[in-house]
Write a protein that binds this ligand. Structure first.
Ligand SMILES: *Cc1c(COP(=O)(O)O)cnc(C)c1O
Length: 373
């Protein structure tokens, strides 16, 4: 099936936000037809997506499976948290931003016993603190951490965290929402039991569903544990397995078709390593350009992800984010406000159909806009 992409209008601006993000015309064009949710063609598409997701998750992904779940990414995080921690379980959550804190909120709403290791807003998670905690509290059964904390752009040391979680025999959960597909990782080598991401991040699809990569033997153990019917991860997986690509309840068909196209385009680009290279080059181009015109990053380079970067507001007292945002939008760039309390920052994302040249154009536009303050 091909679509005439030339009839699609150009977007009025580039989204430099960490999802929804700028997608290709191919991805948008893929949504221009309707699908039946129980039709074989559609279900085969779903199976292919599930298979491809597992395929890019590890060098040797044997023993891993994938589940797709309706809703935004948080719904998939909640499906994992609410399904995999048993009634008598206890979850340790390492947090340094809004998305780690959201997992804490979920655990509290779902009445899941939890312990929080809070590292503030601008420091990475410290594996040693987890070691101390797990030593002192053997009742902990599960450990959760966010890989790229999109709040700031912080990349947490999931390899070290996972190593400790596994030394103590805990189930290891990673919210890799904004990094999966855009940063090279191997879930088998990282010993991750449950990894969560969504359609509208580094795979470069449109919003509408999330997905979970799970170690199958761990997933099966969770049968009957879910605290929600719609967000029962095992039931959803079982339906997809038994009925070969069938979702429980209505699936976001157009979004799924667009995601399939996005997966093909990821392959065409050269896979995750090529995409990770592009993101890294874009992010470096952005930071070097911004530093040249006087901006400073919130995080040091060693903790910085290639996904999204936080910048301090410039010194000029006349600077307002609202004014800056509007001027950049007129130039064709949409940026993101900051989200932390410790400092005044704004954020620029570089995932999506965005290239190092776009970063150069952006820096030039920002330089021009500074004179209008
Ligand atoms: C985007 C994101 C989520 C999910 O957010 P939604 O708005 O529910 O899609 C969760 N965790 C991280 C780290 C994210 O970047």
């Amino acid at each position: 099936m091909t679509f005439d992409q030339n009839t699609l209008p150009d977007n009025p601006y580039l989204l430099l936000t960490p999802g929804p993000l700028s997608t290709t015309k191919g991805v948008k064009a893929a949504m221009l037809r309707d699908w039946c949710t129980w039709d074989r063609d559609y279900n085969e598409l779903v199976q292919s997506i599930r298979h491809k997701l597992v395929g890019i998750s590890a060098e040797n992904p044997e023993g891993y499976t994938s589940v797709l779940m309706q809703g935004s990414g948080s719904f998939s995080v909640e499906a994992v948290i609410g399904t995999v921690v048993p009634r008598d379980g206890k979850l340790a959550i390492l947090t340094n931003g809004a998305y780690g804190n959201r997992i804490v909120q979920m655990a509290n709403v779902l009445n899941i016993a939890n312990v929080v290791l809070d590292f503030g807003e601008i420091s990475p998670a410290e594996p040693e603190k987890l070691d101390t905690l797990l030593k002192s509290d053997p009742s902990i059964t599960h450990v959760a951490v966010v890989h790229c904390e999109t709040t700031t752009g912080m990349l947490n040391p999931i390899a070290e965290v996972g190593k400790i979680a596994k030394e103590y025999g805990k189930v290891f959960i990673v919210d890799a929402m904004s990094s999966f597909g855009g940063v090279e990782m191997d879930i088998a080598a990282l010993q991750i039991d449950f990894l969560i991401s969504s359609a509208n991040k580094c795979i470069q699809g449109v919003p509408g569903f999330g997905f979970v990569l799970a170690k199958e033997e761990e997933l099966i153990k969770c049968k009957g544990q879910a605290r929600s019917l719609s967000l029962d991860l095992v039931d959803q997986w079982q339906a997809m397995e038994d009925q070969q690509g069938k979702w429980r309840y209505t699936s976001p068909t157009h979004v799924v078709r667009a995601f399939y196209q996005a997966m093909l385009e990821l392959e065409e680009e050269g896979g995750v390593s090529a995409r990770a290279d592009r993101y890294l080059t874009s992010q470096r181009t952005l930071v070097e350009g911004m530093e040249q015109i006087g901006f400073r990053t919130l995080l040091t380079r060693d903790h910085q992800s290639p996904i999204i970067t936080s910048f301090y507001y410039p010194e000029e007292s006349a600077f307002t984010f609202a004014g800056f945002y509007e001027r950049l939008k007129k130039e064709g760039f949409v940026i993101y406000p900051g989200k932390i309390s410790a400092a005044d920052t704004f954020r620029i994302g570089n995932i999506g159909h965005v290239f190092p040249e776009d970063m150069e154009r952006l820096v030039k536009a920002i330089e021009r806009n500074r004179f209008w303050l």
